[in-house]
Design a protein around this ligand. Structure first.
Ligand code: C2O
Ligand code: CU
Ligand code: CU
Length: 570
């Protein structure tokens, strides 16, 4: 086995010809930002053009948005694609209607103008499309960009923060291209590494403390970051903010969607070369990118040649230090994170990761056996509720679980406290096969009964195939209201309030029933027959987008009974 690994490494270094300087996306400063998504192309491979998506003047990816905590920002997003898109601000705590999930479609040629106050701590966030069932396709074509949030706590520390000089974005994607050199969203043989859209990249890094903002923007691959010679480095931030103190380590594992900021001390190393690597041979089986199950000899290659080996991601050529603001020390402490005490939790939700059978390797995967539906809201969460979410992975592969709206704190992995580098604010947590993870969070504000937030697996193919759910945060009045409205109904109508579609679920086996919708004056506005659905778990969907706003009464008439239910149309 050792021999095979060495051979692969030689193979890859021979092919690492024609190195390219690492592309550094330009930055946009607020408070007003313009983002235009468009079709473009890049010549990644000699002789052919790869069709891409990009924002603004880029041919691939988008500019880095610099946001300052506490400021109010407006972002004007224009969609010049021939396809619907959305833009989601991954990791940012914003109202659901400005969160850019699948409900916030931007039609071709249209614009969208989210505005919000930046409430998050200094860290590295990102943006990407979240279009229903098309997130993978759009993101791997290049629609993604970095967000850097700055705040006063981070600014008071002695840290490298000169963008592109000692503070570098590292947006990593591992892609599969088809025979025409076009990105494939279902590739299991992803073997083309792009850092900031650059193939075979190198970076001239100054001989001082540098900061790398690592983002795993891949569709499925997990990376086990480290440097040649196991050179130690410090992780200073997780997804949503600084750690309490720099964490000295030689490895950081990042699954899709996760970020880490690391400091690497290159002081006195001018003239040397050091590589950012993924030590994927150390990942366990069942993690995308780790070693794969042994196949009988002679079987066709099914997996990427990168799986389970150690490979270079970015070559750092150490050059003379910069002239100004040279950082040569590592701070001893960074901030104080105060996780919510477990005792304060109002409730626990258990989310099992499931599949059609225990042997499924490539999906579809589900949460609690059900697939995502735009017509259903999975959880109604009272505002200010402190919740523990328990994630139980019952499948054979690892899944990065991501939730919108909030940052959370990991309580434990299989009952054990997390590593110090996972004790800070997080919005993605990787759950290896068979493991269970608990996190705690609080839903502090942004009540909205109309537009839900999402939670999902950040393996984009799993997400698009239904490994996603939704929730709304409701103020207590609306919350008790919903319960009272439908207290003893033999059927339920949801979401409530609703604006476009509602699901009608009959809570008992019936042969046939008549559904009538009446307005507040008692006039019938719609009548329909719901056919036998002995399996009452199957809801029927109704389009109510044509109804004026207001209160409606749903009346369900079965052979024996009449049930009533009140719905608010928004
Ligand atoms: Cu990175 Cu729901 O998203
Ligand atoms: Cu997100
Ligand atoms: Cu998954």
């Amino acid at each position: 086995m050792k021999k095979i690994i060495t051979l692969f490494i030689i193979f890859f270094s021979i092919h690492a010809h024609g190195q390219n300087a690492l592309f550094i996306p330009d930055t946009l400063q607020g408070p007003n930002y313009n983002l235009t998504i468009h079709e473009d192309s890049v010549q990644f491979f000699p002789g052919t053009i790869t069709h891409t998506y990009a924002y603004n003047s880029n041919h691939y990816l988008g500019p880095t948005l610099i946001l300052n905590k506490g400021t109010h920002v407006t972002i004007n997003v224009t969609n010049l694609l021939n396809d619907t898109s959305t833009v989601h601000w991954h990791g940012l705590h914003v109202p659901s209607k400005w969160d850019g999930g699948p409900y916030s479609s931007i039609l071709p040629g249209a614009s969208w103008h989210p505005q919000f106050t930046v409430m998050d701590n200094a860290s590295t966030y990102w943006y990407h499309p979240h279009t229903d069932m098309k997130t993978a396709k759009q993101a791997i074509k290049g629609a993604a960009g970095l967000i850097i949030v700055r705040d006063t706590i981070e600014s008071a520390l002695v840290l490298p923060r000169t963008y592109g000089i000692d503070d570098f974005p590292i947006i990593l994607q591992c892609q599969q291209y088809d025979s025409m050199n076009q990105a494939m969203s279902l590739g299991m043989e992803d073997s083309t590494l792009l850092v900031n859209g650059t193939m075979h990249p190198y970076l001239d890094a100054p001989a001082q403390v540098i900061r790398l903002r690592l983002l795993n923007a891949s569709g499925e691959r997990t990376f086990n970051f480290g440097f040649t010679g196991n050179m130690p480095f410090y992780q200073i931030a997780s997804d949503g903010g600084l750690l309490d103190a720099p964490y000295l380590t030689t490895r950081v594992r990042l699954s899709p969607g996760e970020r880490a900021e690391v400091l690497l001390n290159l002081t006195g190393m001018t003239g040397q070369t050091i590589n950012l690597m993924s030590f994927a041979s150390e990942l366990s089986i069942g993690i995308e990118g780790g070693p794969t199950m042994p196949m009988p000899p002679g079987s066709p290659p099914m997996d990427s040649p990168l799986n389970g080996i150690d490979y270079t991601i970015l070559q750092l050529n150490v050059v003379l230090p910069a002239l100004m603001n040279v950082v040569t020390t590592i701070p001893t402490s960074l901030t104080t994170n105060t996780p919510y005490p477990e005792m304060s939790a109002n409730r626990t939700r258990t989310i099992r990761f499931t599949a059609d059978s225990a042997m499924v390797m490539d999906g579809p995967f589900y949460f609690n056996d059900s697939s995502f539906s735009m017509m259903r809201v999975d959880y109604r969460i009272p505002v200010n509720s402190v919740e523990i979410w328990k994630l139980v992975n019952e499948t054979m592969v690892g899944h990065p679980f991501h939730i919108h709206d909030v940052q959370f704190f990991i309580l434990d992995r299989n009952g054990m406290p997390p590593n110090p580098n996972e004790m800070g604010r997080k919005d993605v947590v990787f759950v290896p096969p068979g493991d269970s993870v608990r996190f705690i969070t609080r839903f502090t504000d942004f009540t909205d009964s109309v537009v839900p937030y999402m939670f999902h697996c950040h393996i984009l193919m799993h997400e698009d195939a239904g490994m996603m759910g939704s929730f709304v945060v409701l103020d207590s009045a609306a919350f008790t209201g919903v319960n009272e409205l439908n207290r003893d109904a033999g059927f339920s109508v949801y979401p409530n309030p609703a604006c476009t579609f509602v699901s009608v679920k009959i809570n008992m086996p019936v042969e046939k029933s008549e559904l009538k919708i009446m307005n507040i004056l008692g006039e019938t506005v719609s009548e329909s027959t719901l056919l036998a659905k002995n399996n009452s778990a199957e809801p029927s969907t109704m389009d109510i987008s044509g109804l004026p706003k207001g209160i409606y009464f749903f009346q369900l008439k079965t052979d024996t009974k009449i049930f009533n239910c009140k719905l608010i149309k928004q």
